[in-house]
Write a protein that binds this ligand. Structure first.
Ligand SMILES: [Zn+2]
Length: 254
C-alpha cells in the first residue's frame, strides 16, 4: 500500500518535469536551466511553491508574486502522470518493466500535449525513444529483441498505411513523418502486434472524435487534427490490454 503512494508521488514529480518539457522543447530551450519561473511576471518559483499538485491547491491556482492564474494544465499533467505511474506499478510491480514502461508513457504524455498545441512531434523524444525501446527489449521479459526490431521496422514502414487511413478519416493530407517515428518508437517498446493494434485503436478513437468535432462545428472541418495523441492513447491501451484484446479477437472472430 505504501508503495502505491510512493509510485503516485514519483509520478507527480516526473509530471512536474514533463510540464517543463512541454513548455520548452518546442522552443528548443534547455529543460534543465534556468529553473522554473512564472510565465507572466518571470519571478522564479520557490522550491516550496513547486510541490506537484499540493502547491497549486495551496496557492489556489495563482502565482504567489503577481497573483495571476497558473494554467490548469500544470496540475492536470502532474495528476495524469501520477495516475499513469500508479497503474503501471499495479500491473508490473517493482521492476525494470515498470520503470521502462513509465518512461515510455511519460514520453507519450509530452508528445501528446506538444502535438495538440504545435502539430509537431519532437524528434528529440521519438528518435532516442526508438533506441530506448530496443534496449528495453534486452532487459525486460515482456518483449524479445526480435519482436522489438520487427516493431520498429513495421512502425517506421507504416507511413503509407497510416497516411492513407488519416487521409480517409480527415479528408486532408496531414500525416507527418513525426507520426511514423512515433510508431517506430511504439514498435520498439511494444512489438509489431502492438503497432497494428495502435493504428487500429488510434484510427477508431480519432474517427469518433473527428465525427464529434464535425457535428459540433457543423462540418466546417478544416482544423488541423493531430494524429499523435490518438496513436499515443492507442499505444497505452495496447500496453495495458494487448493480450486481452488479441485473445478476445482470436476467440470471437469466427
Ligand atoms: Zn507571477
Amino acid at each position: 500500500m505504501m508503495w502505491y503512494v510512493v509510485s503516485i508521488i514519483l509520478g507527480t514529480l516526473v509530471g512536474s518535469f514533463l510540464n517543463v518539457c512541454i513548455l520548452r522543447l518546442p522552443k528548443e530551450e534547455s529543460i534543465v536551466w534556468p529553473g522554473s519561473h512564472c510565465p507572466q511576471c518571470k519571478n522564479p518559483i520557490k522550491f516550496y511553491d513547486n510541490i506537484p499538485l499540493i502547491s497549486y491547491l495551496l496557492l489556489k491556482g495563482r502565482c504567489r508574486d503577481c497573483h495571476r492564474p497558473i494554467s490548469f494544465q500544470y496540475p492536470l499533467i502532474e495528476g495524469i502522470t501520477g495516475l499513469a505511474s500508479l497503474i503501471l506499478f499495479m500491473k508490473f510491480g517493482p521492476s525494470l518493466s515498470y520503470l521502462l514502461y513509465f518512461i515510455f508513457v511519460a514520453a507519450l504524455i509530452v508528445i501528446t500535449v506538444i502535438d495538440l498545441y504545435h502539430q509537431i512531434i519532437p524528434d528529440v523524444i521519438s528518435l532516442p525513444g526508438i533506441g530506448v525501446g530496443l534496449l528495453a527489449s534486452l532487459i525486460i521479459p515482456q518483449i524479445t529483441l526480435f519482436n522489438s526490431l520487427i516493431g520498429i521496422l513495421l512502425g517506421g514502414g507504416s507511413l503509407f498505411l497510416v497516411a492513407t487511413v488519416y487521409h480517409w478519416l480527415f479528408k486532408r493530407e496531414g500525416m507527418g513523418g513525426g507520426d511514423v517515428k512515433l510508431l517506430a518508437m511504439i514498435g520498439g517498446f511494444l512489438g509489431w502486434k502492438a503497432v497494428i493494434l495502435t493504428i487500429l485503436l488510434g484510427s477508431l478513437i480519432g474517427s469518433m472524435i473527428g465525427i464529434m468535432v464535425m457535428v459540433l462545428k457543423e462540418k466546417d472541418f478544416k482544423y488541423a487534427i493531430p494524429f499523435g495523441p490518438f496513436l499515443s492513447v492507442g499505444a497505452v491501451i495496447s500496453l495495458l490490454y494487448q493480450n486481452e484484446i488479441i485473445f478476445w479477437y482470436l476467440q470471437y472472430k469466427g
